[in-house]
Design a protein around this ligand. Structure first.
Ligand SMILES: *Cc1c(COP(=O)(O)O)cnc(C)c1O
Length: 389
């Protein structure tokens, strides 16, 4: 069976975890601090704050920007549900705008109309690792005075051309970027997340909120020669990353460039072999973007002219591929169609028809660091014969 994704971990990560386990300090401590410094340097950020997941990172980012009950946050429905859930955690209302059909990212032309007097933030997503059109989105957000959070869950190592220079996602180009280290993403710590920002006030707020709102961290008390009493000025959370996870993350970070290079080579090979296949549209990479190809999603329109339903074709092709030993997944979901999002819990700024169409027609093909050319040939063959069938 060819899996859809697989983390690239070996003895190096196992040794790193072992070293921390035997050190006597296993929760957020020196390894987390070191991972944060390394990550900030890798993406070109002034500050990086590690947390337990990208979901908790998104919650902290919106909380630190003051998003609260009754506020609105403009985002996309075509994303993993955690994007919109973070808005709901704050008691705020997600306002969904449609995507650009070629990049599956927020359509900048729809954003102005979605912003209201209640808009507290714009939450953009670099979907499946493909950078969204940040320069256009930032211009609108700055003009309207709305802060920008980047859901960069999938985008570690992705790049964007900014003032004619290629820069990694996470500098950040908005106010805050949030990353995920879940095993479906490139760089994994089992679970984990990171917030990057240029603003020291926001970074300080993240650090306070991730650890119960505690004024003096336990690491400081542990090494102090004086007795220290902490206090709790605000209601915080326990969103810490452990030192075991951070030690694994430090090993993974050393290989980030290799991970991206391998995935870009595999994506180029998919493009070469699938580019001419009828019924398959390969993903589009704008000239100003370099995806890390966290996911490689093709769009299927085979048989649609014959009056078949898009989602039935999608399911049938995925099933045939599974029968042939190739695991796939649907592309991104549509949050507004889920039971957790009843009418009244969200608002749409215009039609979401392109989001819905993308959900019904995209299929994520296997892509992982250790994938061989033979594995990839099998995927291509399985897709071709599923379409023919
Ligand atoms: C994976 C993902 C998340 C959630 O990340 P976790 O680290 O699993 O919490 C959020 N947004 C997007 C777009 C994702 O793909």
């Amino acid at each position: 069976m060819i899996p859809v994704a697989r983390p690239w971990m070996d003895e190096r990560e196992a040794d790193a975890a072992r070293r921390v386990i035997l050190s006597g300090w296993v929760t957020q401590g020196p390894e987390v601090a070191s991972f944060e410094r390394g990550f900030a340097e890798a993406v070109g950020a002034a500050h990086a704050c590690a947390v337990s997941s990208c979901t908790t990172a998104l919650h902290l980012a919106l909380s630190a920007l003051g998003v609260g009950p009754g506020d609105e946050v403009v985002t996309v429905s075509h994303s993993f549900i955690a994007t919109a859930n973070a808005i709901r955690y704050c008691g705020a209302v997600p306002v969904f705008v449609d995507i650009d059909a070629s990049t599956f990212n927020m359509d900048p032309t729809l954003v102005d109309a979605a912003i209201s007097t209640r808009t507290k933030a714009l939450l953009v997503v670099h979907q499946l690792g493909m950078p969204c059109d940040l320069s256009r989105l930032m211009a609108i957000a700055r003009r309207r005075g709305v802060p920008v959070v980047e859901d960069a869950a999938c985008a570690v190592g992705s790049e964007i051309r900014w003032d004619d220079v290629w820069e990694r996602i996470g500098r950040p180009h908005g106010d805050v970027a949030c990353f995920s280290f879940h095993p479906r993403k490139l760089l994994s710590t089992g679970d984990g997340g990171m917030l990057t920002t240029s603003r020291s006030d926001l970074d300080a707020r993240f650090r306070l909120l991730r650890q119960h709102g505690m004024s003096v961290p336990d690491t400081v008390r542990h090494t102090s020669t004086q007795v220290v009493f902490e206090d709790y000025p605000v209601v915080g959370f326990n969103y810490r990353m452990t030192d075991i996870q951070a030690a694994i993350g430090r090993e993974q970070l050393k290989r980030l460039s290799l991970m991206v290079a391998r995935r870009r080579a595999l994506a180029a090979r998919y493009a070469e072999h699938l580019g001419g296949v009828a019924g398959v549209t390969i993903p589009h990479e704008p000239t100003w973007a370099r995806s890390n190809w966290q996911s490689y999603a093709v769009t299927l329109d085979a048989g649609l002219g014959a009056g078949l339903r898009a989602d039935s074709v999608q399911r049938a092709i995925m099933q045939r591929m599974l029968d042939a030993g190739v695991s796939t997944r649907r592309g991104a979901m549509n949050v507004h169609r889920e039971g957790a999002y009843p009418p009244g819990s969200w608002r749409a700024a215009g039609s979401l028809v392109r989001s819905e169409h993308a959900q019904a027609t995209t299929v994520v093909l296997p892509l992982y660091h250790q994938m061989t050319d033979e594995d990839q040939n099998r995927v291509v063959e399985a897709l071709r014969s599923a379409i023919d069938a």
